[in-house]
Write a protein that binds this ligand. Structure first.
Ligand code: PAF
Length: 272
């Protein structure tokens, strides 16, 4: 039986919790993280909290889809134990919530385009960790930079929480699922599917031995041809998010782009 709660009580604190944080507008990508959580055999707790502090753009915040009734139905059907739907004032009482400043990786890529975003993310995730005290937490790899910074925060603050990573969930055409996709028309979804195709193209070129610069350039050209308004397409070493060097083993190619004014992010792992 799923319980919907607005505060964390001692019953929850007495359980070993696998925590899956969300901002709602639940889709199959979130539900795949829930399934991973359930495999731990711990009690699963999904939070739905639209965190104002991680939006650097008012319109983006105001337009973020809110679908609590449907979210609850989806999560119940997946057998989640607790759905945590807190009020703003519970997460952010007037004092006592420390702001968590990200390490320097927080100021590149998404951080450069959305100043303050990662401070907002880390602050709320740390606050939720502090309230829920989970032993495990599941985050999706679509938000690769967020995942990197959360793991970094867990290590810096010496939090005893195991971070589990969920693979990117894609639609049949390869578009990574995101709550923001709800704002895309059918045609825009087809256009947006070219984002993943371009990432695959770059990955293939690198594996064929083309230089990073040339391969990324090719990806940029391919995105630009597809009515996609590119913000960035960059390659980093997965270990540290620095530009890769000859010792790099695993790379990540990350992109952010707009289709019909909707900001979409995606990434792909490249083994070399
Ligand atoms: O990835 C998200 O949905 C959010 O950034 C998170 C982790 C729930 C924090 O608000």
């Amino acid at each position: 039986m799923t319980k919907v709660i607005n505060t964390i009580n001692d019953d929850i604190l007495s359980e070993n919790i696998c925590f899956i944080p969300t901002m709602g507008a639940i889709h199959e990508g979130h539900l795949s993280l829930v399934d991973i959580g359930k495999e731990t055999n711990l009690k699963t707790l999904v939070s739905i909290f639209l965190n104002r502090r991680q939006f650097n753009n008012d319109d983006d915040f105001k337009n973020y889809p809110i679908e609590h009734e449907q979210d609850i139905q989806f999560l119940k059907s997946r057998g989640v134990d607790f759905i945590f739907l807190p009020q703003d004032s519970y997460i952010y009482p007037s004092e006592g919530v420390p702001s968590i400043v990200p390490s320097k990786v927080g100021s590149i890529l998404e951080g450069a385009s959305r100043p303050g975003h990662f401070e907002g993310v880390l602050t709320v995730v740390n606050r939720l960790f502090d309230l829920i005290k989970p032993s495990h937490a599941v985050f999706g790899k679509k938000d690769a930079q967020q995942l990197f910074l959360i793991k970094d925060m867990v290590s810096r603050l010496d939090l005893n929480i195991e971070i589990i990573e969920g693979e990117i969930f894609r639609d049949i055409n390869g578009l990574a699922l995101s709550s923001r996709n709800k704002h895309l028309s059918h045609d825009a979804k087809l256009i947006a599917a070219n984002i993943f195709k371009s990432l695959q193209k770059v990955s293939k070129e690198i594996n064929l031995g083309k230089s990073f610069e040339e391969s990324v350039e090719l990806g940029i050209n391919s995105l630009n041809q597809n009515e996609i308004d590119l913000d960035y397409l960059e390659i980093v070493d997965e270990e540290n998010f620095n530009y890769p060097n000859k010792y790099s083993k695993k790379l990540k190619l990350l992109t952010a782009a707009y289709v019909e004014n909707v900001r979409l992010i995606d990434n792909i792992d490249i083994e070399i």
